[in-house]
Design a protein around this ligand. Structure first.
Ligand code: FAD
Length: 538
């Protein structure tokens, strides 16, 4: 090993970890090590925006399964998470959604001072390089290239979806990320997507790879952190296991000029300044628990000594939830284009709600690959509850650091989430039934004509609801007793340790959350470097 001491040690090179690696290593006087559990090979499907679904269940996916979900009739759900440099940013469907202004105000109301919409807005702008100016606060010149799906030969059936939503009385808007009178999201329109020149622009391409040539940034892959190390209450470094790289994966190797590989086995590395855990909403709480930070009773169950009693670690875990309606269409569909999900509709389930709590996504391919084999000309409408009230947990299954934890999103645990899903299914049917959609509509394949009553639809939802892949909240920021990190993302009760990823969100924003996670990491970079780029641009 070249050295076992760095200024910063970042655990995880996913969405947040890549942003941090880029921003912290911009100072040549600071040394940064990033430890990534996944290997250094990137399959070609990562770069091709239309191929994301081929990555699911493959070698760059942790491939988690939830514990049985009572709200889904006891089913377990599949919970994909990226495992490679880029993390889940290699799997995501590239929809670029900031969230509704009230999402962030809500974080601040809950004690996360400094995270209100006005505070975070400049950080959204500075991370973006958007090709058009469809909203007044659009960012340009940032690392994240963003294009408008409507401007790049979208599938005509995606346009029919927008027209159908307009026919039902929804407003067509030019940008979901606008902050006009309704403060974002409400309406139908084209997605902005993290795709440029036909390639995925996740945080691997936007942030991590451009920084890897810097001599002060080291990426170590197949290196899974197993424990945080402490001297008293000060985090001094981490223990990690250098795994054998996974079997050869076709694709490219991350350009890692300054990477070093340790010999297989257990190693320690010291952080002179701080350790930053950016392992995602499932692995970050797991790592804290393995290191003795959590509910003392849970730690004792696994024979783990208490470093800091923080009963909120792993609690407040939640996710958006969706299901899929499929309709066979009358005409041969043009070949899949862009990210397959070009248009959407955001609305609230009842009048008077300040933000949308339903996202109706449209994909111009079959939601279910098995149905798609016999009915290739099939499109899907995916209603999702994006302000869920159900809360679950992430807990240790054992003290073995390589074991998967117990993942409980508690989907539809609260009846309101179920009823809103049913409402979304009905709305999707209304969209299929519009005259705007009629040139395309042939027949409904799922749930199908047999599902008629509300109880039929509840049964359908329980049988077919799935993860929306926006797991969050398991190391919540704030100041009450169940918070894990303070508003500057420092872990309560210890020193020199932060968590920076989806787990710190008190509540997941009302839409796809990749952009908000990148924003969190941008802000964290300022906390760490003492800069205030937000103030300058506000
Ligand atoms: C299929 C899919 C589609 C999605 N589509 C969208 C979308 O269109 N738009 C959107 O906004 N969001 C989308 N998302 C959600 C979004 O991708 C994630 O919320 C986001 O990438 C999570 O970022 P993160 O930094 O919290 O974690 P991750 O990006 O998951 O990063 C965690 C990293 O840490 C590594 N790691 C974990 N444990 C350890 C350890 N012990 N030691 C070392 N390394 C470790 C992991 O391998 C990973 O690289 C999608 C997600 C999926 C899976």
């Amino acid at each position: 090993m070249a050295t076992d001491q760095y200024d910063y040690v970042i655990v995880g090179s996913g969405t947040a970890g890549s942003v941090l690696a880029h921003r912290l290593s911009a100072d040549p006087d600071v040394s940064v090590l990033v430890l990534e559990a996944g290997g250094n090979r990137i399959p070609p499907e990562v770069d091709d925006p239309s191929s994301w679904y081929k990555l699911l269940g493959g070698p760059v996916d942790w491939g988690y399964t939830s514990v049985p979900q009572p709200g889904l009739g006891g089913r377990r759900t599949y919970e994909p998470r990226g495992k490679a440099p880029g993390g889940s940013s290699n799997l995501y469907i590239m929809m670029h959604i900031r969230g509704h202004a009230s999402d962030f105000d809500n974080w601040a109301y809950q004690g996360a001072a400094g995270w209100a919409y006005e505070d975070v807005l400049p950080y959204f702008a500075l991370l973006e390089d958007q090709e058009d100016a469809t909203a007044p606060t659009t960012g340009t010149g940032g690392p994240q290239r963003v294009t408008n799906a409507g401007r790049h030969g979208p599938n005509p059936v995606s346009r029919a979806f927008i027209e159908a939503a307009v026919e039902l009385g929804h407003q067509e808007i030019a940008d979901f990320n606008t902050d006009g009178p309704r403060r974002g999201l409400f309406g139908t329109g084209w997605h902005h997507i993290d795709v440029a020149d036909g390639r995925r622009q996740g945080t691997l391409a936007a942030y991590l790879e451009p920084a890897l040539a810097r001599p002060n940034l080291t990426l170590r892959t197949s290196a899974q952190t197993t424990r945080l190390l402490f001297d008293g209450d000060t985090c001094t470094g981490v223990e990690y296991v250098q795994l054998r790289p996974p079997a050869e994966i076709p694709g490219r190797t991350v350009r890692d000029g300054h990477s070093t590989a340790a010999a297989p086995g257990l190693h320690t590395v010291r952080a002179r300044r701080e350790v930053i855990v950016a392992a995602g909403a499932i692995e970050s709480p797991k790592l804290l628990l393995l290191s003795g930070i959590g509910h003392p009773e849970q730690l004792r169950e696994h024979g783990i000594e208490v470093t800091a009693a923080l009963p909120g670690v792993g609690e407040n875990f939640h996710n958006h939830v969706l299901t899929g309606l499929m309709a066979e269409v009358t005409q041969e569909l043009p070949a899949p284009a862009q990210n397959l999900s070009e248009s959407a509709l955001f609305l609230s389930s009842r009048p008077g709600l300040p933000a949308p709590d339903l996202q109706i996504a449209f994909v111009h391919v079959p939601f279910d690959v098995i149905v798609g084999r016999s009915h290739p000309n099939t499109v899907s409408i995916l209603p999702g509850v994006v302000r869920p009230v159900s809360r679950g947990s992430v807990r240790l299954a054992s003290a073995d650091p390589l074991a998967h934890p117990l993942i409980n999103p508690n989907y539809l645990g609260d009846r309101w989430d179920l009823e809103r899903m049913v409402q979304g299914v009905k709305l999707a049917r209304e969209i299929f039934a519009t005259s705007a959609f009629s040139p395309w509509y042939k027949q409904e394949l799922q749930p199908g004509p047999g599902a008629v009553t509300d109880e039929d639809l509840r049964t359908f939802v329980r049988q077919k609801a799935e993860s929306y892949h926006h797991q969050a909240g398991s190391c919540r920021m704030g100041v009450d007793d169940l918070c894990v990190v303070d508003p500057e993302l420092r872990v309560h009760g210890v020193r020199n340790l932060r968590v920076v990823d989806a787990s710190v969100m008190p509540a997941v924003p009302s839409g796809n959350c990749h952009t908000a996670i990148a924003m969190i990491a941008e802000r964290a970079a300022d906390f760490l470097t003492g800069r205030n780029r937000g103030a300058r641009r506000a």
